[in-house]
Each structure stands twice: as structure tokens, then as C-alpha cells.
Write a protein that binds this ligand. Structure first.
Ligand SMILES: Cc1cc2nc3c(=O)[nH]c(=O)nc-3n(C[C@H](O)[C@H](O)[C@H](O)COP(=O)(O)O)c2cc1C
Length: 349
């Protein structure tokens, strides 16, 4: 069943959010929000300025938190003008109760992090039952005229949606600039898994008083199963035909694009469905930059330039990657095409 959904969120008063961070001698600990809400997952990052920190023992965290996911990476930082390699661990946690809860000191071999007290608010239940909902946060509060206010809009999607769009932020008496690309992550809320799309703005108030931000609106079709986007076919670099796989490059306005990768897709052109195989990414084999959404339509549909096309993502096939040469890329795309064809032939739409 396809259901149209429209939800909105607005704020009349700007309130503070995001802040915490505490340094220890060697291992720093940072939390991606403050306060934390019980039932909502949040990320904690432990960062060591060296790569020799020992293996961490995260067991003390388990008394008050569930550990949902854990990852680590090494990083290069410039400290006092000198390159230093460090290491960080990111944990996705969920608090087992509300109140002031201590994130205990964690031991990393001979190093340790300082304890950090978190303000864990009880879950308001807000949105956790909803398939789709929006939140808006602003900081700092109060803010000064002409000083930057960071406004973060988060769209929580617990089901598959199609043609999803988020309206841009609007406020009278303020200059608004969008900051970077939308971010995407998974988050648990009320025992439910949501995909969170985050959009950030810098807002500069032009006069003193209360600044009211107009409602931010999400519109989309609740598909239950398949996520789709819509746009206009534009010209690419025209290498596709030489490769033997002509592609239709989709230009979308404000649509939320799935993560980079290759997908088996169903496309709709002039009301007709066709199978397709879609690459979302930067085409690293050619050293290109900027994300494109390009689809090789399995049927011969001729020149699609200027047409409206809808792309529904059926299954992710693989990551986009850099190939040694064009022949290796061509062989891989042929394998992708066959796989998509096999998958789509078993699909009843
Ligand atoms: C199914 C499919 C998979 C692709 N996978 C990759 C990939 O892994 N790495 C890459 O650099 N480009 C990949 N591409 C993008 C091609 O490089 C791109 O289609 C070609 O450069 C043509 O670009 P153009 O439309 O701008 O002419 C893929 C394209 C398709 C259709």
C-alpha cells in the first residue's frame, strides 16, 4: 500500500543542545549529545593521541548501558604542527535508565579515560511509535544578533519511504545557510530502529527578540518496502556509451539519497516500469568528484535526456570502488547487470 505522509516539526524558541566533552591525560571521551534520552542510542568516542593504547575493556559500561555497536579506526592528526597518528573507538550506546549516570573510566592498556557524568532524560515517548517524525534543535540559546546559531533538523524514518523530500528551513528576519550534505545514520529509539537523515543550517538573526523558525515539512510516500527517489535525467560525461553501458544520470531536488553503492533498481519512465542497475557515488575509477546517481536501464529505452524518472531501490549489490582499468570496471558492471536481471525477474511489482 502506498500512503502519502506529511509530517512537520517547528520551534518557536531556540534552545541549547550538543556540547559535552572532557579530556583525560591520554584518552579523551566525547558524547555526541547532551542531554541523552533513555531509549535513544547515542555515540561515545574515545580518542587516544597515540597508536600504542592497549586493547580497551568496555565491560564497565555494561552496568548502565547496552552496547549496540562498536568500531575503531586509526587517524592522523596535526598536534603542535607535527603529524601524530592516533586511534579512536566509537560505541553506540543506549542508557538502561534515566538520571545522572556516570560513563565510567575505561582502561586502554596503561591508559584510561576520565569518567563522565551524563544527564539521561526519561524518554518522552515522542515519535517512537511513529513511522516517520522530525525533530529540530538549535544552539546556542540565547544567541547574539548576527552570531551563528546552529540548527539541526533530523528526520527519523522507521519504514521504507519513496519520493521523500524535506522542505528547507525558513525564518523571517534571519539569514539561513545550509551546512554541507545531509548525513545519514541508524539509531534506536524506543526499541525501534530508525534511519536518521540529518540536515544542518547556520542561522544568523538580523535583529533582537524571539526568532521563530517556520515548520519544516517532510513529504513522502510510505511504501512499506521500497525506497525510491525521483528526478530529471541530465547528461553525464558521456563515457557510459563507450563502456557499453549507457546510463541515465538523475538530478534530484532535495531528495534524500541512499548511501554510495551499486543497487538493483526498478525505474519508472512515462508510467512504465523497467529493471535497472544504479550506481550512486563519485566514480573513483575516473578520479571524478561529486556524487551522481546513474542508472543503466536494462531495456533499450533510447535517449532519456530531460525526462522525469523514478528509481526504486530493490537490493544493494555492492560498494562502489576504484578499478585498475576500464576493462575491469566493464566486466564488473556486466556482472552487476546480470545479477540485477536475475533478482528483478523474480520480483513481482
Ligand atoms: C552498475 C554500475 C556500476 C558502477 N560501478 C562503478 C564502480 O564501482 N566504480 C566506478 O568508478 N564507477 C562505477 N560506475 C560508474 C561508471 O564509471 C560510469 O557509468 C561511467 O563513468 C559513465 O559516466 P557518465 O554517465 O558520466 O558518462 C558504475 C556504473 C554502473 C551503471
Amino acid at each position: 500500500m502506498v500512503k502519502l505522509a506529511r509530517v512537520c516539526a517547528c520551534i518557536a524558541l531556540l534552545f541549547a543542545a550538543l556540547a559535552p566533552s572532557l579530556a583525560s591525560a591520554r584518552v579523551r571521551v566525547e558524547v555526541d549529545r547532551d542531554p541523552v534520552v533513555a531509549d535513544e542510542s547515542f555515540d561515545v568516542t574515545f580518542t587516544s593521541d597515540t597508536r600504542d593504547a592497549g586493547d580497551p575493556d568496555f565491560a564497565p559500561l555494561e552496568r548502565d548501558f547496552d552496547i549496540l555497536a562498536r568500531s575503531s579506526q586509526t587517524s592522523l592528526q596535526i598536534i603542535n604542527g607535527r603529524p601524530e597518528s592516533g586511534q579512536s573507538w566509537v560505541l553506540s550506546l543506549i542508557a538502561k535508565r534515566s538520571g545522572r549516570i556516570q560513563l565510567p573510566s575505561i582502561t586502554f592498556g596503561k591508559e584510561h579515560s576520565e569518567p563522565l557524568v551524563l544527564d539521561v532524560r526519561p524518554s518522552a515517548g515522542g515519535g517512537a511509535d511513529s513511522d516517520v517524525f522530525l525533530t529540530v534543535e538549535a544552539s546556542p540559546q540565547p544567541a547574539y544578533v548576527q552570531a551563528q546559531i546552529l540548527v539541526t533538523v533530523r528526520l527519523y524514518v522507521g519504514v521504507q519511504v519513496g519520493n521523500a523530500t524535506l522542505s528547507d528551513l525558513q525564518a523571517t528576519g534571519a539569514v539561513i545557510e545550509k551546512l554541507g550534505d545531509d548525513r545519514r545514520r541508524d539509531e534506536m529509539r524506543g526499541g525501534r530502529n530508525y534511519t536518521v537523515f540529518e540536515r544542518r543550517y547556520a542561522v544568523f538573526a538580523e535583529r533582537s527578540g524571539t526568532l521563530t523558525i517556520a515548520p519544516v515539512e517532510f513529504a513522502g510516500a510510505l511504501l512499506g518496502r521500497v525506497y525510491s527517489i525521483e528526478g530529471i535525467v541530465v547528461t553525464g560525461r558521456r563515457r557510459g556509451r563507450e563502456l557499453g553501458f549507457p546510463t541515465a544520470n538523475l538530478e534530484t531536488s532535495n531528495e534524500l539519497i541512499p548511501p554510495h553503492g551499486v543497487y538493483a533498481t526498478m525505474v519508472t519512465i512515462d508510467g512504465t516500469f523497467h529493471g535497472g542497475v544504479t550506481n550512486i557515488g563519485t566514480r573513483p575509477t575516473f578520479g571524478d568528484s561529486g556524487t551522481t546517481v546513474e542508472t543503466h536501464v536494462l531495456a533499450d529505452v533510447g535517449d532519456l535526456y530531460g525526462k522525469t524518472m523514478q528509481v526504486a531501490f530493490i537490493q544493494r549489490l555492492r560498494d562502489e570502488r576504484r578499478f585498475e582499468d576500464v576493462d575491469a570496471l566493464r566486466t564488473q558492471i556486466e556482472a552487476d547487470r546480470r545479477r540485477a536481471q536475475g533478482l528483478l525477474s523474480r520480483l513481482s511489482v
